[in-house]
Design a protein around this ligand. Sequence first.
Ligand code: ADP
Ligand code: MG
Length: 211
Amino acid sequence: MIEVKGLEHQYANQEKAIQYPDFECPAGQGLLLIGPSGCGKSTLLHILGGFLKPSRGDVVLKSRHFHAMTAKERNHFRQQNIGMVFQRHHFIQSLNVLENLKYTAFFSQANIEEGNLLGLLDFLEIKDLQNQAVDTLSEGQKQRLSVARALVHRQAILLADEPTSSLDDRNCDLVASLLKKTQKEFNSTLVIVSHDHRLLPYFAHKKELDA
Ligand code: ADP
Ligand code: MG
């Protein structure tokens, strides 16, 4: 469960704070936040992911006040609970698809078996590509790998920043459908921020962010 109340953020060089509407997303629900470029979508996801402290307001995740935690607690909480799908993927280009997932698993020091990682690739329909170098993947395939990586620890909260903006219609449909399927299968709380209106029909719960 995610709850956001009275949230504002003002960067040092900005005259006016970005103000966010209050919202909540119960466990196992998907929420689409839609708004134009520059309205503060990425800023919001960085706040929800605990990478940026808001100038005002509160984020409650699983009944915990996220920004009242120490940095160490917050990092630990993020690793255990939050999976992020970023607009730009940061894969290790010299590693193949499966190795990229193994790398994520390794650095969290969690004991995750290869079978689980392959299961995840299978679920996202990219298991055939496990031995392929990441730089040979299409944008749609990379985005699916990005979702797989966000799920390595079966995180309860998934945050996605413009997951479909660089995709053609077919891949947009595939990624949107897979995100929904993932949310159901893992009973995850899914928050997507996007300016992509093609996503609207996929989500029953949505909110507009104003410019
Ligand atoms: P969106 O993701 O909706 O396009 P952003 O959250 O990236 O919007 O940015 C919202 C506003 O904050 C924009 O005006 C942007 O220029 C500004 N902004 C974003 N990041 C920074 C930063 N690190 N420092 C200063 N201003 C920023
Ligand atoms: Mg953005």
